[in-house]
Design a protein around this ligand. Sequence first.
Ligand SMILES: [Zn+2]
Ligand SMILES: [Zn+2]
Length: 152
Amino acid sequence: MARRTADPDHGVDPRILAAVTASGQRFTRHKAAVLAALAAGEGPLTVDEVVEASGAPTSTAYRILAELGEAAVVQRVPGADRTDRYELDEAFTDDHHHHLVCVACGSVADFAPGAAVERAVRAELAGLAQRYGFIPDRHVFDIHGTCADCAG
Ligand SMILES: [Zn+2]
Ligand SMILES: [Zn+2]
């Protein structure tokens, strides 16, 4: 089969494409640009940052982020301020990470936890079903503090 020269899926991860389509959503140029912006982000992005990186109008970016949230492709990351931030769900990035949340400026940065921490968390989660009848799916583990810029 000949290799396509034009990519109608905008080069988006086929797993994301499948999740978006499965939730009954249309796949648009702006949606692809928002996904690319989130994928390229150093950490969770604010709507303003998504707008800047994707070129999508602000109202469109809000709608797209809500739609991608409904499709469980994008997660909203709570910070220490009132600004919502967004990132791709870990199911689509194969990059498990935690967040460093600055309580002074509100910045949110990714950080990779050590293997020992992850082992300890997994062991703890394994006991949840037994103790609470709760079936764990994933964990979110954010550290609140002061970033280097604000501490300096
Ligand atoms: Zn800060
Ligand atoms: Zn973890």
